[in-house]
Design a binder for this molecule. Structure first.
Ligand code: ATP
Ligand code: MG
Length: 451
């Protein structure tokens, strides 16, 4: 028994066996339990449900008592993870409702009914409950009709809901882009009004929202365009707002950035960050003749922005380096030594991403950019070059410090000088890279110095 109306609507959606099993055990122990959130939304709209979340009258202690394998995901907030037979973690959360909020984190207390729990959820499409045993649909806020109409709307009064938790503005823009929804007028007006307040959100929450947009399979440009139209870009990403309207060929810089992001595959999220920021140096470097040194300026802009959003040092270093190097490619006629010098400069481990970014960049400029063919040919040459494994740093030379000591040279800065010099010569002619030849070259150097 779920304790609800006899004639409420039902929907036959397919839920994993574990969802049924967990629900049954809770219901048998007397705790009303429903599936809620993203999985219900996705299942009811014919999509592929992601993580199934359950909401229940049971308290965390009850859930821990009823199931053998649990994980205390967020017990203080009412969430216990139950490990299913399929090995996946199902989050079971006690009915909650919001109390006094500061606009950053909604404080919650436990509630008695599923309806209270649905009322605290952000958007109508996310506030539908479905009962895994009876298949009953509980939709007090009209999420199912909104889904059908393609509308995103807050539960309750938009202004108030955004004031309670400003992250909901970013979530609105993300969901609208992800599902191709129109944002209902009142919700949109309230989102625009709340945009200046978003600067009070923590860097981590802003960053995670951006990364969720960039992980979307649907083109991220839809949500990012809404960021701009809503005023969020101006307040959270002023460096990117500065790109709007800066003419660069057929499109302005902002539009170009969006197109490049869309061209990079969804699973390469970090590269999508680089794509979003790669030309952010252009507004500052614009001249009549183009954008000299815009890559270096873009790298500096990306560095500041990513620091502000508290990306990890490793992510910052990688992205900044890609951006700094993104417009410095060898010409198609470059000699093999020139190619190798470029590889040494950019670092072998960056080369595939630099080409991916370059190709996305050129594709975004439209069909028939002659540089696309050139770049593909260059990529083939570079791949062949890498297969030959010519040394690209002194570690790849056939001799090292041990051999220099064997030749009677006293250890010191001279070692580095000699090895760097050998690397230059091997870069010109990789066939020199064997022990005997390099040893002979060092001997000649010593005797010419002594003589
Ligand atoms: P996804 O498929 O991206 O995980 P989701 O809808 O499951 O989408 P979650 O962030 O996992 O999104 O949140 C689960 C549910 O919790 C949402 O569907 C919504 O009902 C509720 N929720 C999440 N964040 C908020 C918030 N900031 N304010 C109100 N309700 C929220
Ligand atoms: Mg989810």
């Amino acid at each position: 028994m779920t304790g609800s109306d006899q004639d409420s609507p039902r929907a036959d959606v397919h839920a994993p066996d574990d969802v049924l099993r967990i629900t049954r055990r809770l219901q048998d122990a007397g705790f009303q339990t429903w599936a809620v959130g993203g999985a219900v939304r996705d299942a009811l709209s014919g999509g592929h449900p992601g993580d199934w979340d359950l909401t229940t009258a049971a308290r965390p202690g009850d859930v821990q008592r009823l199931f053998r394998r649990t994980v205390p995901v967020g017990v203080a907030h009412g969430t216990v993870g139950v490990v299913g037979r399929d090995g996946r973690l199902y989050e079971v959360t006690t009915f909650r409702r919001d109390v006094e909020t500061d606009g950053r984190h909604a404080r919650v207390i436990f509630a008695q009914t599923v309806d209270e729990d649905l009322r605290r959820r952000d958007f109508t499409i996310n506030a539908v409950a479905w009962h895994p045993l009876t298949h009953e649909v509980r939709d007090p806020h009209g999420g199912v009709p909104d889904l059908r109409a393609g509308l995103l709307r807050t539960v309750g009064e938009a202004e108030e809901r955004f004031r309670e938790d400003r992250l909901r503005v970013l979530r609105a823009l993300r969901f609208a882009g992800r599902f191709g929804l129109t944002i209902e007028d009142g919700t949109w007006a309230a989102a625009q009004a709340a945009a200046p307040e978003l600067v009070h959100l923590s860097a981590e929450r802003v960053r995670e929202e951006l990364l969720k947009v960039l992980r979307q399979v649907r083109p991220p440009s839809v949500s990012l365009t809404l960021y701009q139209q809503c005023g969020v870009l101006r307040h959270l990403y002023p460096e990117l707002e500065a790109c709007v309207g800066v003419e660069d060929g057929k499109a302005d810089v902002w539009t170009h950035l969006l197109r490049v992001v869309d061209q990079v595959p969804a699973h390469r999220t970090t590269l999508r960050v680089a794509a979003l920021l790669h030309d952010a140096g252009k507004p500052r470097t614009r001249t009549d003749a183009g954008f000299p040194d815009h890559a270096a300026a873009g790298a500096a802009t990306a560095h500041a922005l990513m620091r502000r959003l508290k990306f990890s040092n490793a992510e910052i270093d990688r992205t900044v380096h890609l951006i700094a190097q993104h417009s410095d490619f060898p010409t198609p006629e470059a000699s093999a030594p020139e190619l190798r010098r470029w590889l040494r400069r950019v670092g072998q481990e960056y080369v595939p991403d630099l080409f991916r970014l370059r190709i996305a960049d050129l594709r975004a400029r439209g069909d028939g950019d002659p540089r696309l063919d050139e770049t593909n040919r260059l990529w083939k040459r570079v791949r062949r070059e890498l297969q030959q494994q010519a040394p690209l740093d002194i570690g790849g030379l056939a001799i090292g410090g041990g051999e220099l000591r064997g030749l009677g040279l006293p250890p010191g800065p001279l070692y580095g000088e000699i090895l760097r010099d050998l690397l230059e010569r091997v870069t010109d002619d990789p066939s020199l890279n064997d022990r005997e030849t390099l040893t002979r070259m060092v001997r000649e150097r010593i005797s010419s110095r002594e003589g």
